[in-house]
Design a protein around this ligand. Structure first.
Ligand SMILES: Cc1ncc(COP(=O)(O)O)c(C=O)c1O
Length: 499
């Protein structure tokens, strides 16, 4: 039976960590293990695994015991932990997810849409959204985000674009928004929510890069989280910006317009029946950490970022994106903890700069694109790490900088809406043939082409391949961008739907 965890009488104490406490209790109980996992609480583990996870970690690495609860029908410690998270982020209910935000997005889409449903999707959606659409059998209507020409990247979705799409497609069931973007840009989500709800449509949000925003709500310069702006369901990457382990995320239910029971059913369909308890505990502990220290840590991260931004902008040839890009109709807010450094002023392509930083100065950025490097400042950063980053950026500009250059690719070609010939699901299951990419103009793609990071598909299954897109794809590859999705990652060939 589905229960709204926020409305029952659970004791809410954010200093507790119910999952971790239950695991500890089971490990100390001393029951002799005749159960999975095969390493039996570390007894049979290889030394290398013991070093990696620690003996204590392995002792607690069990699942499915009665006191450890059932992720798919929680009634004990997982239910309590999810309720604590729901309370902290202000959701009606929260699901702990162990297959990343990809899994959370898949469950969000499968749990709210049905085969044949039309859904509005920004052209710069992450490939997990396309995956969810394939699973659900929905039909995307792509809409174009703003393009920030000076940086050569896609920006936010405007309320005007959404209003026009809603007018043109009143049959759409939902919009799946990416908020904020990887680069921390946020549009007017509140206005978008109003437009959608006025037309009986859902607002589903990929907030992979916004799990920390709740803890910055006292800072006027920071965007507010999607749940507080009217989102119906929100998928957040706890692991990307907070303190949980990679692969762990949360799926928050924000309204009664959706069925929490159906979303839980979808999540159970998509996730393991043997969830890793260490991953679940890390989500619970990350919630405890944010409840007790989140606001202070976030404030410090924002202060550090603002200092860094000012200092980077003093370096000749480098430009660190800041409040000058804000306006009321497009980018309304910028997540100040995202440090986007534009390199066109020193004529250095992003991928080359990334390699120099990594191998010469032992500093790793989050991502590079043709023109920019993106660095994430999180609650883990200190004055020391920020100073080191500043120092290496100075060295990069001084020792590797050259003549200023133009943006490497006209990004509009990558983000222009392609004609959708068949649904992504139909294309995924259709008979295919492999042809040379240069001969594929007018064919219907059977596979996804994305550049990673940020993993945004420039071609989705079911879309008609345009000549300009092929040209833009080839330019991206020549610039050193890593291709993901197609069976031939050199992109000489592509799989298309057989006629
Ligand atoms: C915007 C966006 N959505 C979803 C995802 C998927 O998240 P995960 O890697 O946790 O599956 C990513 C990953 O980079 C992302 O950038």
């Amino acid at each position: 039976m589905y229960k709204d965890t926020n409305s029952n009488n659970l004791q809410i104490n954010q200093n507790e960590a119910p999952i971790s406490e239950a695991m500890d209790k089971y490990a100390r109980d001393g029951a002799l293990a005749f159960h999975t996992p095969g390493h039996k609480q570390g007894l049979g583990a290889h030394d290398r695994l013991k070093r990696l996870i620690t003996e204590e970690g392995l002792r607690q690495e069990v699942s499915l015991m009665e006191e450890l609860d059932d992720l798919h029908d929680p009634s004990g410690c997982i239910k309590e932990a999810e309720a604590l998270a729901a309370r902290l982020w202000g959701a009606k209910d929260t699901l702990f997810m162990i297959n990343g935000t990809t899994g959370a997005i898949h469950a969000m889409i499968m749990g709210t849409l049905s085969p044949g449903d039309r859904v509005l999707v920004p052209r710069n959606a992450h490939r997990s959204i396309i995956g969810g659409i394939i699973l659900a059998g929905a039909v995307p209507i792509y809409i174009e985000p703003e393009i920030i020409e000076a940086l050569g990247i896609a920006g936010v979705l405007t309320a005007d674009t959404v209003a026009a799409a809603v007018q043109a497609h009143p049959e759409a069931r939902a919009l799946i928004a990416v908020y904020p973007t990887y680069y921390g840009m946020a549009g007017d989500l509140e206005a978008i929510a109003t437009i959608l709800h006025d037309h009986n449509m859902l607002l589903l949000v990929d907030e992979a890069h916004g799990a920390h925003l709740k803890f910055a709500e006292s800072l006027e310069v920071m965007p507010r989280q999607a749940l507080d702006l009217g989102a119906d369901v929100v998928a957040q990457s706890t692991h990307k910006v907070l303190g949980s382990m990679t692969q762990t995320s949360m799926l928050h239910i924000g309204s009664d317009r959706v069925s929490g029971a159906r979303i839980r059913e979808a999540a159970a369909l998509l996730q393991s029946t043997s969830p890793n308890q260490l991953l679940l505990a890390s989500l619970d502990i990350a919630r405890l950490q944010m409840a007790t220290e989140g606001r202070n840590r976030l404030e410090r991260a924002v202060q550090l970022s603002e200092w860094l931004r000012r200092e980077i902008n003093k370096i000749e040839g480098l430009y660190c994106v800041g409040e000058e890009i804000l306006d009321n109709t497009t980018t309304k807010w910028l997540d100040r903890t995202r440090i986007t450094v534009n390199l066109t002023g020193i004529g250095l392509p992003g991928p080359e700069a990334e390699l120099i930083l990594r191998h010469q100065y032992k500093v790793q950025c989050e991502l590079s694109d043709n023109n920019n490097l993106l660095f994430i400042i999180s609650m883990a950063d200190t004055e020391e790490t920020a100073r080191r980053l500043l120092e290496v950026l100075k060295l990069l500009a001084e020792d590797h900088g050259g003549e200023a250059m133009e943006s490497a690719v006209v990004p509009r070609d990558l983000f222009t809406t392609n004609e959708v010939a068949v649904s992504p699901r139909e294309a995924f299951y259709a008979s295919r043939e492999k042809i040379r990419l240069c001969d594929a103009v007018g064919c219907v793609a059977a596979e996804t082409v994305a550049f990673y990071p940020p993993g945004v598909p420039v071609l989705c299954p079911g879309e008609v391949i345009r000549a300009e897109l092929i040209e833009a794809i080839q330019k991206q590859r020549a610039a050193g961008m890593r291709v993901v999705g197609p069976s031939d990652s050199t992109l000489k060939y592509i799989e298309v739907v057989k006629e």
